[in-house]
Ligand binder design. Sequence first.
Ligand code: HEM
Length: 315
Amino acid sequence: MVTKCIRKMDEEVRRHIDLNWVGQKTVTVAPLAKRLTFDIICSVIFGQGAGPIREALAADFKKMVQAMLSIPVNIPFTKFNKGLSASRRVRKVLRQIACDREAALQQGHSSSADDFFTYMLVLRSEGTHSLTVEDIVDNAILLLLAGYETSSVLITFLLRYLANEPDILGKITEEQEEIARYKGPDEPLTWDDVSRMKYTWKVAMETLQTVFTAIIITHLDANFFDDPNKFNPARFHNQSSVPPYCFVPFGGGPRMCPGNEFARTEILVAMHYLVRQFRWKLCCKDEGYRKDPVPMPLELPIELETRSSPWICLK
Ligand code: HEM
């Protein structure tokens, strides 16, 4: 199952880069990263591959999220009103996916390991949980909300920091090239490959430390982290030096983020292909960000330069 998940992530990342990055002189990272993490959840967790259903879902989901952050005035043409209509369409599509999965399950064409909907439907049929289809749709929306924006923010900030950190980018690239050296050009990444991306993950953790400050602000407390505002992934060489519950970008305890391993894997797969293929410069020198309450980067336009073509295009 893990192998299948990473293969699908790998496929989504390559497809996304081929469609949106290859051949471009500039790209705007934040919306692209959002679309990538949305597509990964749809494909890996929902079993919903590329196509018109996913396109419509992505467009309506975006409107729904915008409405959640807008002034709640429900009159025609307001963001809120458009978001309510979009939310009804999102639920309709997710309901339809659940019905399709149920039909496949009844015909014996699928099993609980296939995707989130089938898994929930099997739980329901076993009678262990009194789930309705609306409950399953609610949980699918929660997964999308919790999973796509967070990971996309991390990808965006990683690219933003790395633009100004050539040494760190160089070390990441070295690690990723070493992993690629023993693989065929179109051979997907495996769990073993991802487990070897130790330095790249330290850089991601440093980004989480710098940007995803916990509510209790331990991340920026000099009692726990030397020079906490300095971008310094080397601090994670000795992780045992961080006291328990002081580095908590994914929360902690029983409510800790259930998507943390998923996020780690998708970030590493995305970085593998991005750093090997491109170099980039920030178009705007000092793009700030706001907290809303998670950090929201500005759009982050970057100038792209292609390094090489390390894999065969899927197109
Ligand atoms: C960089 C990426 C991510 C970060 C920083 C992050 C962070 C967090 C945090 C801080 C919480 C709250 C934990 C608490 O209450 O103590 C949380 C909850 C949650 N996350 Fe994540 N997350 C990320 C990615 C993901 C992904 C990719 C998924 C799903 C695919 C996901 C699914 C969830 C869910 C469902 C919850 C709610 C858990 C509950 O209420 O019990 N997250 N996340």
